[in-house]
Design a binder for this molecule. Structure first.
Ligand SMILES: [Zn+2]
Length: 93
């Protein structure tokens, strides 16, 4: 475990969370068993506005949920940012 680079996955804006979860943020919180206290992009002090869909840079298309602020959620998909790997919750398909 350590810090890893992620990018926003494009085309996920309308993705509905799995049954039993109202939002992707709730999905993350229930899987982790904890509240998201803030944006989990490294160095960001923003709030945890949404459960964002991200992929690890250079590691294929496996998709994860990460609590992030609106600024990070609106970053273009080619822009990388750093996160603590343990904060990534995989999306079950
Ligand atoms: Zn942020």
């Amino acid at each position: 475990m350590g810090y890893v680079k992620v990018r926003n996955k494009k085309g996920t804006g309308r993705r509905v969370p799995p049954r039993g979860y109202r939002t992707w943020l709730e999905y993350w919180e229930k899987k982790k068993g904890q509240k998201a206290k803030g944006c989990m992009a490294y160095g960001c002090n923003g709030p945890a506005d949404v459960g964002g869909h991200v992929i690890r840079s250079g590691r294929g298309g496996k998709e994860y949920i990460l609590p992030i602020c609106r600024v990070h959620n609106n970053m273009p998909e080619y822009e990388e940012y750093t996160v603590w790997e343990a904060h990534l919750v995989p999306v079950a398909h």
